[in-house]
Every structure is written in structure tokens, then in C-alpha cells.
Ligand binder design. Structure first.
Ligand SMILES: C[S@@+](CC[C@H](N)C(=O)[O-])C[C@H]1O[C@@H](n2cnc3c(N)ncnc32)[C@H](O)[C@@H]1O
Length: 294
């Protein structure tokens, strides 16, 4: 059992009986917003599938490159749903750096959303410490109630519903999104959000797939799904690449289209990006793309 004595006191209502997707992901990325139950699960996963840490890092680096790229394309507001526990290269930090690099004063607004209380509490701590309340906020809301979520985001007055938004759904749609009957309503929720987005908005998605990956990775993904479905707070879903592509519907893909995470605009990488040890990009097992509402 991992050492528990040094664990922080959890925010009220936090379930420490089962590992949470948000906290375990934080552990893979080397964060501290995790408890023994999360680390034990994470260690069991990593002992079977050590490459998962690089897969998580590659996903995070994709997020960073998307934010940088879209900021340079003129986006000034991001809605980051399933933002997770803050870790290196959060959306507002990357966007602000991109603006400074362009010789501008940082002016990008970010609304972070998560339904995990630990992720929200840590984002609040970070923003209270070093954020700008006129440009960044975190709200606790659920992707499965897209209308309410959107209204909450608009009510913060940081999200202007008449101006293009970059909606980030990074590594969240492969988390099972059950309705009251247990059916996954992730794609339905995304469809509603696509409708709500103003014209010119972007939708960025990354999602685990077990299709088109090397055989050993595909075997690991079967095991990984079993472990999450048996023990964690949420089940997971591995969609095919075609099913993932359908999540953007008629939005127009921007270059280079759908790719494995390491292949999406590698030139946008920041020099401090940690090197990854993939033999081929398909080992990243996460299919990623960005599309624009016409
Ligand atoms: C694997 S983490 C990804 C974090 C971040 N987007 C990234 O890619 O680095 C998935 C996050 O989605 C959040 N999440 C899952 N289902 C959600 C829902 N229905 N509403 C809001 N957040 C959700 C989890 O709490 C977790 O923080």
C-alpha cells in the first residue's frame, strides 16, 4: 500500500473508496492531487502497461499544442471540459505564453469545467494563487448536462456566447458518460454543445482507440479497460477511429486532420516538452483532431 500519512485532507464529499479517473491521471502525470487508493491503482496499471505514462504525456502535449495553435489562429476564449487536476501546461498558461510570444498582453479567457471535486478544488487553488479572476475561472459542472453547463459557463461572464469559442474535450469522451439507465450519452452531449457553439468556434477532441494500434498495445488496452471497469470510479470506452471522427459531425477539420496525438502539429511543441519513447506514433493509442464550425 502506498504511504497514506502524507496525503492531503480531501475536499468534502470526495470518495476515497475507489480510484478516480481524474486523480489517477494526475498520478500518471506526476502530480500530487492523488491518494493512496489512486496510486495503488495507478501502480498496478503502470506495472502491466508502463507505456501508459507516455500515452498520458503525449495527450497532455497534444492539448498544449492545440491551445497554442488556436491562440495563434485568433481564439480568445476556451471552454475546457474535463480539464482535470491542473498540471504542467494548463490551458490558460499556454494561451498566455502564446500571446506573450506574439508580443501581446495576455488576453485569453478560459473557463475550466470538471465534475470531479478534487480537480475543481485544485484548479481553484491554482487560480487563487496565480490566476487572473477577470480571465480564468473553474466551474463544477457535468458534461452530461450540456445545456446547464453552457449556461453556467456563460453566467461566469468570461465566456461570450456570440464570439468563437475553442471547446476542448481532451481525453474525456472515453470516460463512460452514463445517463440514469447507464447508457453512454457522451456523443449526445457533444452534439448539443456543437449546436450551442457560435459559428467559427473550434472543437478539439482526443480519445483512446484500440483500432490501428500495434498488437501488444491493443492487448494492454483490453486489460486496462477491465481494470478501470472493475475498480475505478468510471468505466471507459474505446471507440473506433471512425466513431471518434463522427463526434465532430459536419465541422470542418483543420490541418492535419485526425492523427495520433504526437503527429498533430508537432512544430507547436514547447522546447521543454518531455521526450516520449514511442516506436511508432500509433503506440500513443489516442486519436486526435480539431474541427471548426462553419
Ligand atoms: C483523463 S482526464 C483528462 C484531463 C485533461 N483534459 C487532459 O487531457 O489532460 C478526464 C477528466 O474528465 C473529467 N470528467 C469525466 N466525466 C466528466 C463529466 N461528465 N463532466 C465533467 N468532467 C468529466 C474527469 O473528472 C477527469 O478530470
Amino acid at each position: 500500500m502506498s504511504e497514506k500519512q502524507s496525503d492531503p485532507v480531501p475536499p468534502e464529499g470526495v470518495d476515497l473508496d475507489r480510484p478516480s479517473v481524474a486523480r489517477v491521471y494526475d498520478y500518471y502525470l506526476g502530480g500530487t492531487a492523488n491518494w493512496a487508493v489512486d496510486r495503488d491503482f495507478g501502480d498496478r496499471v503502470l506495472s502491466k502497461f508502463p507505456l501508459l505514462r507516455d500515452i498520458a504525456l503525449a495527450n497532455r502535449q497534444f492539448l498544449n499544442r492545440v491551445v497554442r495553435h488556436l491562440t495563434r489562429r485568433g481564439v480568445r476564449q476556451f471552454l475546457d471540459i474535463g480539464a482535470g487536476v491542473p498540471t504542467a501546461g494548463n490551458t490558460h498558461q499556454v494561451a498566455d505564453d502564446a500571446r506573450r510570444d506574439a508580443g501581446a498582453v495576455p488576453d485569453v479567457r478560459v473557463v475550466y469545467v470538471d465534475n470531479d471535486p478534487v480537480a475543481v478544488a485544485h484548479a481553484n487553488m491554482l487560480l487563487n494563487r496565480e490566476g487572473d479572476a477577470t480571465r480564468q475561472v473553474v466551474i463544477e459542472a457535468d458534461l452530461r448536462n450540456p445545456g446547464d453547463l453552457w449556461q453556467q459557463a456563460v453566467d461566469t461572464e468570461l465566456l461570450d456566447p456570440d464570439e468563437p469559442v475553442a471547446l476542448l474535450l481532451i481525453a474525456v469522451l472515453h470516460v463512460h458518460q452514463p445517463d440514469a439507465d447507464g447508457n453512454d450519452i457522451g456523443p449526445e452531449a457533444v452534439a448539443r454543445l456543437r449546436d450551442l457553439l457560435p459559428q467559427g468556434s473550434y472543437l478539439a477532441i482526443s480519445h483512446v482507440t484500440d483500432e490501428g494500434v500495434p498488437d501488444d498495445i491493443s492487448e494492454h488496452l483490453v486489460e486496462l479497460k477491465q481494470m478501470y471497469d472493475e475498480s475505478s470510479s468510471s468505466n471507459v470506452i474505446w471507440r473506433t477511429r471512425d466513431q471518434i471522427a463522427q463526434l465532430v459531425a459536419d465541422f470542418e477539420l483543420i490541418e492535419p486532420g485526425w492523427t495520433w496525438t504526437p503527429d498533430w502539429h508537432p512544430e507547436e511543441a514547447v522546447p521543454t516538452s518531455q521526450p516520449l519513447s514511442f516506436r511508432t506514433p500509433s503506440e500513443a493509442a489516442v486519436w486526435a483532431g480539431v474541427a471548426q464550425k462553419q
